[in-house]
Ligand binder design. Structure first.
Ligand SMILES: NC(=O)c1ccc[n+]([C@@H]2O[C@H](COP(=O)([O-])OP(=O)(O)OC[C@H]3O[C@@H](n4cnc5c(N)ncnc54)[C@H](O)[C@@H]3O)[C@@H](O)[C@H]2O)c1
Length: 434
């Protein structure tokens, strides 16, 4: 029996597994330990059965195979039945046959899924729902994988950090969908930076510039709620704007490699081409690290068709530089990366790390880290919208200048069905309310 399999049958996990055994009957009994004790698969439920959620569920199953630990997706929740059915159908190929009784449609589906006896919850809805869903998972004692970004406003970020602290007290594991932190190439690059190979970092730039995102136009007969749900990626209240919905990945690498969040953001941004919603097309943020030799790192994010594309992170040190997963000594001598063990797909490796943390009883908790990266993106967004510098403390603390900012409608409003379309007005710096 492998190390991982032996670990699965350990005291704490088995207690949880056996406690819900009757709810699952023989379905998840996939093996027996050396002592003849029945062993259950690690059971996960997926909330948000869209493109990423479906992929994350498959990644979870693949991660289980990689570490030779039985995993199963046993419950699905989505506001709509159609994505549930699509996901259910797809997961049959991986041996997961999810009965009607464990498919939960509606805005309260996540609550029923959490109560259905799962050990893990995978959260992959639009970001606006993340703080409420994450809080509920932690309250119920579930291990969590949650997609980035994890909030759309400062209040949401603080909620995720607080729930993360509760998760730590309960020894729960929490992994976030900022997958570069689980990517063997990035980990090897980080090791070289930590070993001083590029020297002290003196500046850098992080980019996600590319094409515009998808849009869904409002159809006759749709309520405001339905329109916002179907065009979520174009509303700041739902996605947080593309500086966090997409570019948070690169901002996260910046923070990870610098070892701290930037103290201040000074940003510009604007909109020229977008057709729906209320977001900007582009942001340029000067992130400042006064405690690190006053280093400035520029963040550029743009979603405009027909413009130059670049998605990477570059840090310049006095001896060399990194460009994403490549390391160079000045001027251009490539440095070989050390070998880091792991799955070659970071989307799988993040679940490997989650599963190993639970099985080996060494909790991992990325809640604060991903919430901070999201809040740093929000600093940039608020600075661009208003034309004012924004400090991390302005968003991270309730008594900060923007610390009580909560966009509306909220996840709770959606649950109540009380949705009024926000004005599709674009913030004008110098005059903008955030
Ligand atoms: N890590 C990555 O590289 C990566 C890549 C793509 C997307 N994402 C993130 O994953 C998340 C989902 O993105 P997507 O592309 O799958 O979106 P999507 O629109 O394809 O899917 C979202 C799904 O969530 C469902 N949903 C919405 N609100 C819900 C609620 N309250 N309860 C239950 N279900 C709900 C929707 O009906 C839909 O099926 C986003 O946060 C996105 O930023 C991460």
């Amino acid at each position: 029996m492998s190390e991982q399999k032996r670990d699965v049958s350990r005291r704490d996990f088995m207690r949880g597994a056996l406690a819900v055994g009757s709810a699952f009957g023989g379905l998840t009994i996939l093996g027996a330990s050396a002592r003849g004790q029945a062993k259950k698969a690690l059971r996960a439920g997926l909330v948000g059965c869209g493109n990423r959620g479906r992929a994350a569920a498959i990644n979870f199953l693949e991660a289980g195979k990689f570490v030779q630990t039985e995993t199963a997706i046993v419950a699905l929740a989505d506001v709509y039945q159609k994505p549930i059915e699509l996901t259910r159908e797809r997961l049959k190929q991986d041996g997961c046959d999810i009965p009607d009784g464990r498919c939960f449609a509606g805005f309260d589906g996540y609550k029923k899924l959490i109560d259905s006896g799962v050990d893990f919850v995978l959260l992959a809805t639009p970001p606006v729902f993340r703080p409420a869903h994450f809080e509920a998972c932690v309250k119920a004692g579930k291990h969590v994988f949650m997609e980035k970004p994890v909030c759309v406003d400062p209040v949401g970020g603080q909620r995720v950090i607080a729930a993360g602290e509760e998760a730590a007290k309960k020894n729960l594991s929490v992994v976030a969908g900022t997958q570069r932190r689980h990517d063997t190439g990035y980990l090897a690059t980080k090791k070289l930076v930590d070993d001083g190979v590029i020297g002290s970092v003196w500046g850098g730039a992080v980019y996600w510039c590319g094409a515009s995102s998808w849009i869904t136009r409002k159809e006759p007969g749709w309520s405001d709620l339905e329109y916002m749900m179907k065009n979520w990626i174009n509303f700041v209240e739902m996605s947080g704007d593309h500086i966090i919905e997409q570019h948070v990945h690169n901002i996260d690498v910046m923070i990870w490699f610098m070892g701290e969040v930037p103290a201040v953001a000074v940003a510009v941004g604007g909109r020229a081409r977008r057709k729906t919603g209320n977001q900007y097309d582009f942001f340029s943020v000067d992130y400042q690290f006064p405690k690190k030799n006053f280093v400035h790192i520029q963040s550029l994010s743009r979603q405009v068709n027909g413009t130059w594309s670049r998605e990477t992170e570059e840090l310049i040190g006095d001896k060399g530089r990194i460009l994403a997963k490549s390391v160079y000594l000045h001027p251009r001598k490539r440095v070989e990366l050390p070998k880091i063990e792991g799955h070659d797909n970071a989307y799988v490796q993040e679940h490997v790390d989650l599963i190993n943390a639970v099985v080996k009883e060494k909790p991992v908790n990325e809640a604060e880290q991903v919430a901070s990266s999201t809040l740093v993106g929000i600093m940039g967004r608020i600075s661009a919208y208003t034309g004012q510098p924004v400090r991390f403390t302005d968003v991270a603390k309730p008594d900060g200048q923007f610390g009580k900012l909560a966009l509306s409608p909220t996840a709770e409003d959606f649950e109540k069905g009380e949705i009024k379309l926000p004005a599709e007005e674009i913030p004008v710096p110098g005059t903008a309310e955030v």
